[in-house]
Design a protein around this ligand. Structure first.
Ligand SMILES: [Zn+2]
Ligand SMILES: [Zn+2]
Length: 285
């Protein structure tokens, strides 16, 4: 037990799940996505090697599930070279302390996400008033207090490279959180988008349950900077990704992805921004 590692004092199990929970998909030979309750983790690397990284760290109390997914794909006793975080929200760092303690691997995140990962700053309170369904209504129970990874977490390299993922670069895609990043591989235009946009209307429990595929902006209840979120989606659309794994919802590929992203950019106000909410003001529209 390493005493300088801790979750926030509001850390807890969140009783929300989808029909995809506990299932995984190989999207590309070296890109695997697995759903933990309502959030996706990704494993990047060929299963016949021991060179892989884990992107994001699931929901609270999901460490055993993540470890068995990894051991099933890479073999017993396997561990990633590093954990890369798209951002530090509770549903992306839910098992990280147990994982870091087990593997002693470094964690990388954007510089601007550090205060939320080193015990300094809480995330802003979720806004349950954004129109939307049950997940929005549940959002006041979501943990927002900072976890503390101490010196296990390091800033991503300034040159845009991603440690242990040659071929990928990180792209700053703020709005949903200040230091949110997406990961992009030019060679095959593979994108790990985190919550910069998602493929399910995350606010609605029944849509999350059934995982009905529908492009959406970042989950509304936790997004605080809508103008930045819009610019981030534009940035990602301009890359013309061929496949996208998002933090929530099923992976999207090909023409559906291209068309959906274009539509999201063109109709960002209608599709993404809530009509009302405490982080929405006239300047966002
Ligand atoms: Zn998030
Ligand atoms: Zn999320």
């Amino acid at each position: 037990m390493n005493n300088d590692l801790s979750y926030g004092d509001d850390y807890k199990y969140i009783p929300a799940t989808s029909i995809e929970s506990g299932t995984g998909k190989e999207i590309l030979p070296d890109l695997y996505s697995h759903t933990v309750q309502i959030v996706n983790i990704s494993l990047v690397g060929h299963p016949n090697t021991n060179e892989f990284v884990l992107v994001d760290a699931g929901m609270p109390h999901s460490a055993n599930e993540i470890i068995s997914v990894i051991e099933e794909r890479f073999g017993a006793g396997s561990q990633p070279k590093a954990i890369i975080l798209t951002h530090g929200h509770f549903d992306h760092v839910g098992a990280i302390i147990e994982l870091v303690q087990r593997w002693s691997v470094p964690v990388y995140a954007h510089e601007l996400e550090m205060p939320f990962l080193t015990g300094k700053t809480s995330y802003p309170e979720p806004d349950p008033t954004v129109e939307g369904g049950m997940i929005s209504k549940m959002s006041p129970m979501f943990p927002i207090n900072p976890i503390n990874l101490g010196d296990h977490v390091k800033p991503l390299p300034e040159d845009g490279s991603v440690p242990h993922l040659p071929g990928f670069r990180w792209i700053h895609t703020p709005g949903h959180s200040p230091g949110h990043v997406s990961l992009f591989r030019e060679e095959d235009k593979a994108l790990i988008a985190g919550d910069a946009f998602v493929t399910v209307k995350q606010e609605y429990l029944y849509k999350v349950l059934t995982q009905e595929q529908e492009i959406s902006g970042p989950p509304r209840y936790l997004t605080t900077d809508w103008p930045a979120a819009r610019e981030s989606v534009k940035k990602l659309e301009a890359l013309k990704p061929s496949v996208a794994i998002t933090g929530h919802g099923l992976p999207m590929t090909g023409g559906l992805l291209t068309d959906s992203l274009r539509k999201l950019v063109e109709e960002f106000d209608r599709i993404a921004i809530p009509a009302h909410g405490k982080y929405v003001d006239k300047s966002s529209k």
